[in-house]
Design a protein around this ligand. Structure first.
Ligand SMILES: Cc1ncc(COP(=O)(O)O)c(C=O)c1O
Length: 388
């Protein structure tokens, strides 16, 4: 006691714990284009079709009773997710977006000095969550903008606690076939948790792709995360979920906020996942427009990374007048809001979400003009489309 009393009183201001100030805060996709009335937001991989009408009705209904706390166990939502996927609801945890799930799993397993591996152009939240937990981000090189299993495995050390893999990955749109995911899992020590982030799974139309559900159900060290923000069109409500081994779900539930989901989200999410027809409509839209956009943009002489998701990564030359930054400004003046991805180590690319027919056609028309005239066209102002 006296030792404490005799200690000098610390001075200075409160300091965040190590790691926190190393975080570059996440910058979301822009949603406005200055001076433009009609904006097409193609910057955050939201669906152009919106949510299921049934989800909207459930949301409205929930608004009639806001005085009670939500069901902290998210039972109705977990049961709806379980039914749609043939799962045991006890193996599911829900969160305020899969962002919360990714943070929860990191804070559950990672402490000061622990290592977390992810790939070079992996989703930014992995780095933020790792640093926030005091962990050490360990970044594996990619091959052709695709995660490289050998490179990921080569970085495993006794300090490794988690490996994150977005499959398909944002912002590249590339994916690993299931055989490769299984090889990654097989190469990891059993005490390392593999987190398979399948935010865009519903869009993928490849025979060799799997979400990772099978591994999450049959092993002790795989967690698969999903979201309602993309194909279900409920990004505003913040709904994500994960399925994994009972011991992982149990540990995460211990640090989860008791009421981390709100009632409108719980009810709208349950209605959305039951509306398979709406999901199919969104998949059909994407399957039509993703190849159309890829073909049209490549025909302009721009490289497009082959994507299996609901967005595409467009690479621009470094030549002045035709850079990604200039293209972004050119499109922005026309109300076409794409995403710069320099923070992902891709300064010469823009990421575009597949939009409505109107938005997709306007982007192709604007890029055609941009490539023909370079940024010189920017001084002309809008010649087409939504800008007024
Ligand atoms: C790969 C990936 N994972 C997770 C998320 C987070 O989604 P949400 O928190 O909206 O569920 C995103 C969102 O962009 C993403 O691209």
């Amino acid at each position: 006691m006296s030792a404490v009393l005799n200690d000098p009183i610390p001075t200075g201001r409160p300091e965040p714990k190590p790691g926190v100030l190393a975080i570059e805060a996440y910058v979301p996709g822009k949603s406005h284009a200055p001076g433009v009335e009609k904006v097409f937001k193609l910057s955050s991989n939201e669906t152009p079709l919106g949510p299921s009408e049934k989800a909207v009705a459930a949301f409205a209904e929930a608004g009639l009773k806001l005085e009670d706390y939500p069901d902290g166990s998210a039972r109705a939502l977990r049961e709806a997710i379980a039914k749609a996927n043939g799962l045991d609801p006890e193996r599911i945890i829900c969160g305020a977006g899969s962002d919360e799930i990714l943070n929860l799993v990191t804070h559950t397993y990672v402490g000061a000095g622990d290592e977390v591996i992810y790939s070079e152009h992996g989703f930014l939240v992995y780095k933020i969550a790792t640093l926030a937990a005091g962990g050490v981000p360990v970044v594996a090189k990619e091959r052709d903008l695709t995660a490289d299993v050998d490179a990921l495995l080569a970085l495993v050390t006794p300090k490794t606690r988690l490996v994150f893999l977005a499959n398909p990955n944002n912002p590249t749109g590339t994916y690993l076939p299931f055989d490769e995911v299984k090889r990654l899992h097989a190469g990891l020590p059993s005490n390392v948790l593999l987190v398979l982030d399948a935010a865009y799974a519903e869009y993928v139309r490849r025979n060799d792709y799997e979400t990772g559900l099978e591994l999450a159900l049959s092993t002790e060290n795989v967690l698969m995360t999903r979201t309602f923000s993309k194909i279900h069109g409920l990004a505003a409500l913040r709904i994500g979920w994960a399925v994994g081994p009972a011991h992982v779900i149990d540990a995460m539930n211990r640090i989860r906020g008791p009421f981390n989901m709100n009632t409108p989200a719980l009810l709208a999410g349950a209605a959305a996942i039951a509306d398979a027809a709406h999901v199919e409509k969104s998949v059909a839209h994407n399957s039509k427009w993703l190849p159309w956009l890829t073909g049209k943009i490549e025909a302009l002489g721009l490289k497009v990374t082959p994507s299996v998701a609901n967005f595409l990564l467009i690479h621009f030359p470094e030549e002045p007048g035709r850079t990604a930054k200039e293209a972004d400004a050119f499109l922005m003046r026309r109300g076409l809001v794409l995403r710069q991805v320099a923070s992902y180590g891709l300064p010469n690319a823009l990421r575009m979400t597949v939009g409505t027919e109107e938005a997709n056609e306007l982007v192709v028309a604007a890029l055609t003009e941009f490539m023909a005239g370079g940024a010189a066209g920017t001084t002309k102002g809008p010649t087409k489309g939504p800008a007024k």
